[in-house]
Design a protein around this ligand. Structure first.
Ligand SMILES: [Zn+2]
Length: 279
């Protein structure tokens, strides 16, 4: 590929199936199979952006069946080096009610059996064999991306929660009350189904990754009603999609250009022998 077709990627979650109005749709194949959908290329403030609906544009993919490896690989192959990952979550504390925007700085993986590394030693279809590598992941999110996202939210008058722990469950069901109370008792902030392995796979490809979580409901243990329904999630997401889009637009415009990233994400593989060629 000659010039990068996009430098920033946005992976939209439940209720978020389109991002830009004037887009070019491209189909990307990867050594890991097909991503969730086509990628939609457009421009914001002179920055080239690739949008990917995480669940497919018709929400045909449950969280555990999303091909996360293909999604991140496809973005990188278009030239993307920084990714913004908005997603719907449940609040684990009463003060994190619907409409709360929380930019997590930590992650707890409670998923089961998802492909969560490119470096599994398994020969790929193209004959390349990745080595096993062990990356530092103590801070799972890009420090620059987080700072930019928080500033973008404040700039739109939407005071975000700065920091917190995103607990990622396997789904597709929501938590039981007992699970939810347990998550809250650990001090975790919000619960979702897609944040892992998205964040770690981004790191494995030396991509900057920033999670923006939008609380659509209080999780089962944090409220006293019947518990969350998918309809409620979509309703609250719909009410907030406009301002979330504005925040993402401002964040895209404010992210550093690809060659000027000064965070650790860009050199995550330094000193490692991945054994495969990154796109
Ligand atoms: Zn970074």
């Amino acid at each position: 590929m000659s010039a990068a077709e996009a430098e920033i990627g946005v992976i939209g979650g439940s209720g978020f199936y389109s991002f830009l109005d004037d887009v070019t749709e491209v189909t990307v194949e990867t050594p890991y199979g097909a991503p969730s959908d086509s990628l939609f290329l457009g421009e914001i403030a002179g920055r080239r952006v690739a949008f990917l609906p995480r669940h497919g544009r018709k929400h045909g993919l449950p969280p555990h069946r999303i091909n996360y490896r293909a999604n991140l690989w496809a973005l990188r192959s278009l030239g993307v080096r920084q990714v913004l990952g908005p997603c719907a979550v449940g609040g684990l504390r009463p003060e994190y009610g619907p409409g709360t925007l929380l930019v997590p700085d930590q992650l707890v993986d409670r998923t089961k059996g998802r492909a969560q590394t490119y470096y599994d030693g398994e020969q790929r279809e193209d004959g390349q064999v990745p080595n096993v590598v062990h990356l530092t992941f103590s801070d799972p999110y890009c420090a620059t991306g987080r700072r930019v996202a928080l500033a973008a939210a404040r700039g739109r008058g939407w005071e975000p929660v700065d920091s917190g722990t995103l607990c990622v469950i396997e789904g597709p069901r929501f938590s039981t009350r007992a699970e939810s109370r347990w998550h809250a008792a650990q001090g975790w902030s919000v619960v979702g189904m897609t944040g892992h392995p998205e964040a770690v796979l981004a790191r494995e490809l030396e991509l900057c990754y920033t999670s923006l979580t939008l609380v659509t409901d209080l999780d089962a243990g944090a409220e006293s009603g019947e518990g969350v329904s998918h309809a409620e999630v979509l309703e609250v997401f719909g009410q907030n999609i406009g301002r979330l889009r504005e925040v993402l637009f401002d964040a895209v415009a404010a992210l550093p250009v690809t060659g000027e990233r000064d965070c650790g994400c860009a050199t995550a593989l330094l000193g490692q022998e991945p054994g495969i060629e990154l796109p």
